[in-house]
Structure formats: structure tokens, C-alpha cells
Design a protein around this ligand. Structure first.
Ligand code: PGA
Length: 250
């Protein structure tokens, strides 16, 4: 059975003091569960600190973005081997904020996914439609196109090492989550795509993200094709994030 995966994406939030307080509270409050993996993705600057703070815990570390190359003249960028050195196991790639604000293409997201895999990180590949695309009935085709760009560059063995997150753009940071039915419908279609890609596709954890809160996480996580959640805003509040974690027991 796939593990339940709960991923906190802190985006560009935090300070030395708030990061210490937040991690301290999460570590203290989390109830270890062998079927659940919790991953914290702080701003990259704080990875070193989280590596220290999580040293004796079961929580995992992830990064919010990586460059597609391992090193070179890329001012301001951070590579997969660098974050790997600081204990990262996961890398979010293709978040809609990166696609929209930094013009990341499907092709670039695919290259970042490959870079993550090459250096021992599990890419959390984000896909999702805008509200205009949804209104035009394009949800499934957009998600399929975004995912196809990544899958066609991977080997079937990579199925055991990737994560996919469906995050409708209109649900991110808006307080308007997709309903459990809406999310399930898209997840069902992603499943078909993963299984058509390879019989090993069943191993890929499939997350939902977009305004996940303690009051909707249980229903979302009870859907047959939703294996976990990617949480933005609510992951900055230890009590809310812990509450989401407790709804995730299978
Ligand atoms: P949100 O963000 O939970 O604040 O909507 C989710 C995300 O961007 O990953």
C-alpha cells in the first residue's frame, strides 16, 4: 500500500525564530505512524536548520524548487546535489507559482524532475489547471499534458520514486478547495494515465493541494484515489498542520 504523504510547503515565509518555533511545535505534537510520511519544505535558506531540528524525528525534509543542472553559472539558483547534502529527500517541481510567475514550461519541469531523480531526490511533480482552463472544460487535458511531459522522460522504475500532486490553480491560497468529488475525478484520470504509462504506476503517491485545511482534509483523504495532501497556508500554523496530520490515519 502507498504511504499517506503529508507535505508542508511554507513558500517564502518564515524567519529564524518562527522556523524554530514552528518545527519545535510540529515535532512535539506529531504522533508517529508507520503508514504516514510527513515532509516539511521550508525556504531553502532554512534547510540546514531543519536538518538539525529533525535529526531525531521521523519527519522528512524537502525543498520547494531546484535547478535542472547540478552546478554552473546560474546566479541565484540551487541544485539537487546541494539540497541533498542538507538531508533533503524530496523536491517540489512545477508548482503553479513557478509555472506562472517564473514561466516554467512543461519541458523545464520535466528536466527538473530528472535532475531530482539523478541526485537521489523524489520529485513532487505539481500539475493543475487555471480557472479559465477549467471553465473551458480543459482540466483533464491540461493535467494530462503537464504530466505527460514528465512521464515520457522517465523510466518505468522511476514510478517508485516520484510523487504527483494535483493542485488546481484556482484553489491555491484562495480558501476555495476543490470539492472532494472534483478532486477525485481528476485523480481518477491521473491514475489511468499513470497506469497507462507503466504497470508500476500504482506505486506513485497522488496528492491533492489547494486550500487544504483541517475541516476538509479528512473528506479529501477519504477519496479512493487521494493518497495525501500538499498544504500551503495551513502548514504555517502548527496546530492546523497537526490537525490535518491526525485526519490522515488510514
Ligand atoms: P494553499 O497552498 O494550501 O495555501 O492553498 C497549496 C500549495 O500552493 O501548495
Amino acid at each position: 500500500m502507498r504511504p499517506v504523504l503529508l507535505v508542508a510547503n511554507w513558500k517564502m515565509h518564515g524567519s529564524r525564530a518562527s522556523v524554530d518555533a514552528l518545527v519545535g511545535r510540529i515535532v512535539e505534537g506529531v504522533v508517529p505512524d508507520s503508514g504516514t510520511e510527513i515532509v516539511l519544505c521550508p525556504p531553502a535558506l532554512y534547510l540546514w536548520r531543519l536538518e538539525q531540528l529533525l535529526a531525531n524525528s521521523t519527519l522528512r525534509l524537502g525543498v520547494q524548487n531546484i535547478h535542472e543542472e547540478a552546478q554552473g553559472a546560474f546566479t541565484g539558483e540551487i541544485s539537487a546535489p546541494m539540497v541533498r547534502e542538507f538531508g533533503c529527500r524530496y523536491a517540489i517541481v512545477g508548482h503553479s507559482e513557478r509555472r506562472q510567475l517564473y514561466a516554467e514550461s512543461d519541458e523545464l519541469v520535466a528536466r527538473k524532475s530528472m535532475a531530482a531523480l539523478r541526485h537521489g531526490l523524489k520529485p513532487i511533480v505539481c500539475v493543475g489547471e487555471t480557472v479559465t482552463e477549467r471553465d473551458a472544460g480543459l482540466t483533464l487535458s491540461v493535467v494530462e499534458r503537464q504530466l505527460k511531459a514528465v512521464l515520457e522522460r522517465l523510466d518505468s522504475e522511476d514510478a517508485a520514486r516520484i510523487v504527483v500532486a494535483y493542485e488546481p490553480v484556482w484553489a491555491i491560497g484562495t480558501g476555495r478547495s476543490a470539492s472532494a468529488d472534483e478532486a477525485q475525478q481528476v485523480h481518477g484520470s491521473i491514475w489511468q494515465q499513470l497506469l497507462a504509462w507503466t504497470a508500476r504506476g500504482w506505486a506513485v503517491p497522488l496528492l491533492y493541494g489547494g486550500s487544504v485545511k483541517p475541516d476538509n482534509s479528512a473528506l479529501l483523504l477519504s477519496q479512493p484515489d487521494i493518497d495525501g495532501v500538499l498544504v500551503g497556508g495551513a502548514s504555517l500554523d502548527a496546530e492546523q498542520f497537526l490537525a490535518i496530520c491526525t485526519t490522515a490515519k488510514r
